[in-house]
Write a new protein. Structure first.
Length: 78
């Protein structure tokens, strides 16, 4: 299992969700994607995206200045 980091600091909605979707497409099942966002709306957008893809997501850090998501790629496809 490999963890890939994706720094999306400074990007505004909808770019964090779009770039996360694109990055997930390249990962094999079981790998993880750590996503750093600064847009407060990403706390809504990223989990909604993951509900669509069937992957697993958790927020590992949340502060006024940044949100870090850890997403595990499921066996399905996006």
């Amino acid at each position: 299992m490999t963890t890939t980091k994706l720094d999306l600091a400074g990007l505004k909605c909808p770019l964090p969700a779009l770039k996360t979707r694109k990055a997930l497409k390249t990962l094999p099942p079981g790998d993880r994607l750590e996503v750093l966002c600064t847009d407060p709306l990403s706390v809504i957008d990223i989990p909604n995206l993951i509900r669509e893809t069937g992957d697993k997501v958790e927020i590992t850090e949340r502060s006024p200045s940044r949100i870090v998501f850890l997403i595990e790629k499921a066996n399905g496809t996006i």
